[in-house]
Write a protein that binds this ligand. Structure first.
Ligand code: GLU
Length: 504
């Protein structure tokens, strides 16, 4: 039995904008498949749309893929056996194949003007017929057509769609058949000389020996034309796998309207690449058995299969992505999280650019304290409010604090607590603070929530939050550091609270 050819897949983005989640999932599924099959992952830049393609988008695309860890074996930046890997560098190749197709009678010159084509289209609409090219220029004498082109008449090149149904196999959808009557003879090279997507993609996939074309299902309707091109060019037809559309929570096609959709936006929000990769892998694919949700890239490579990709649309669930991100943030390497978190706190001017060793240590503890409470790193400044933006008036008047503060036990706890804080001359350590709480407990005969909640409200503004053991040292040390925004000490908080409480 002949060995099956080495798996070769490609991700073929157009550099016309930011890498969005739909394309990222395509890149990911290609990568997973290539890595699992020990095949080659090719990156090809499809920049034949000269108007919309920009070099900066290509640079950003490559950066985004690297950030996600989706590496490639051949591509514009690293070359490879089947390059060049940027379509604008392959124009000669496309010209050669197009002329060959004309010579072999598989393609023909088309002189129809845009106005004529539009008239045909309008007529088809009026007659409720299929809006496909009439095939008028198919019937021209090839020698005559060549003569007209040589004399300077503008001519596009069209492929002759064969007069039989077009079949192909799609791993996600099974056998797909298109009746040839529904497929127009496609233009493969415009009269301007510019080759079009459906044509160049086939030439490239064939020349690059791609075995599996994994892409978005927005290309499903292009596939019969491409299959006809493979056949006309005498190339083997690859396997296809068309991935379903991604919808927003409202079941409309995912778009900017739904919020962040580009890799760059999620990165800026403080989503970790492994969380995004994990989430996108589950968008339209599920491992067999079990309901596990977290997978490392290595686990995904092991488990992935195109056969388990669903043809039905996938709904992008932002909350699930953020939930996963929270899990990854909690287990990520501490130094990495600190390095990633600092810019968010600096941008909110909670921390300065220059930090000495003590301040760095303090910032690290601050981040340790806050990270378990966020889904994304951009939420850190808000979460830091209990440290940096203590607001006694808000604490006193908050709806869910009122019942506690107004209760008899609450009042007793607060006054006993305030009295002791005022009489302590030095700052507090976790231990000395605990000692005070014990005294308050003994004096008031309260315990549990009755004891802790009022004190927590006085210190942080809220009855829930992290342990005093961690909060108190952070507040006390912070109050002595020259931070861009002063952190109120325990004593300052209590004084401010008492004043606000008395006035309420
Ligand atoms: N450049 C095309 C796109 O970004 C790629 C299509 C394909 O994978 O064939 O949609």
């Amino acid at each position: 039995m002949a060995a099956s050819p080495k798996v070769r897949v490609r991700f073929a983005p157009s550099p016309t904008g930011l890498l969005h989640v739909g394309n990222t999932r395509t890149a990911l599924f290609n990568w997973l498949f290539a890595r699992q099959k020990k095949g080659a992952n090719v990156l090809r830049i499809e920049d034949t749309d000269v108007e919309r393609s920009e070099a900066r988008f290509e640079t950003q695309l490559l950066d985004d893929l690297r950030w996600l860890g989706l590496d490639w074996d051949e591509g514009p930046d690293k070359g490879g056996e089947y390059g060049p890997y940027r379509q604008s560098d392959r124009m000669e190749i496309y010209r050669g194949y197009a002329e060959r197709l004309i010579e072999e009678g598989k393609a023909y010159l088309c002189f129809c003007t845009p106005e004529e084509l539009e008239r045909e289209r309008q007529q088809a609409i009026a007659e409720h017929g299929p809006q496909i090219y009439s095939g008028k220029c198919r019937r021209l004498d090839p020698a005559e057509a060549r003569r007209r082109r040589t004399q300077g008449e503008a001519a596009a090149i069209r492929l002759k769609i064969p007069e039989h149904p077009i079949h192909f196999h799609d791993i996600v959808r099974g056998e797909v058949t298109f009746e040839h009557e529904s497929v127009s003879d496609p233009i493969i090279v415009r009269s301007s000389g510019m080759p079009v997507y459906n044509y160049v993609v086939v030439v490239d996939d064939a020349e690059m020996k791609i075995t599996h074309v994994i892409r978005g299902d927005d290309h499903l309707s292009n596939t019969p034309k491409q299959v006809a091109l493979y056949e006309a060019l005498g190339f083997p037809v690859p396997e296809f796998a068309h991935l379903s559309t991604i919808l927003g929570p409202d079941r409309e096609r995912l778009s900017k309207r739904h919020g962040a959709t580009s890799v760059a936006q999620f990165r800026d929000m403080g989503v970790l690449p492994e969380a995004l990769v994990n989430y996108l892998a589950l968008l339209g694919w599920a491992p067999s058995g079990g309901t596990r949700e977290t997978f490392t890239p290595q686990e995904l490579i092991r488990e992935f299969s195109l056969e388990r990709v669903t043809p039905s649309p996938a709904i992008f669930d932002f909350e699930k992505l953020y939930w996963l991100n929270r899990q990854y943030l909690k287990s990520a390497d501490r130094q990495r999280v600190i390095a990633l978190a600092l810019p968010y706190l600096r941008k909110a001017t909670l921390l300065g650019e220059d930090m000495d060793a003590e301040m760095q240590q303090w910032a690290g503890k601050l981040i340790d304290l806050l990270v378990p409470y966020v889904d994304r790193l951009d939420q850190l400044p808000d979460r830091a409010a209990m440290i940096f933006r203590y607001d006694a008036v808000a604490a006193v008047s908050a709806e869910d604090n009122r019942p506690l503060l107004e209760s008899e036990a609450g009042g007793k706890v607060i006054s006993a607590f305030a009295k002791r804080v005022a009489s302590q001359s030095d700052g507090f350590s976790a231990e000395s603070f605990k000692a005070i709480i014990n005294e308050v407990k003994a004096e008031t005969g309260t315990k549990g929530k009755e004891l802790f909640h009022p004190i927590r409200i006085v210190i942080t503004g809220s009855h829930s939050g992290p342990d005093f053991d961690r909060v108190i040292p952070l507040i006390e040390t912070g109050s002595r550091l020259p931070l861009p925004q002063h952190v109120l000490s325990v004593r300052e908080r209590v004084a401010a609270f008492e004043q606000a409480f008395a006035q309420s």
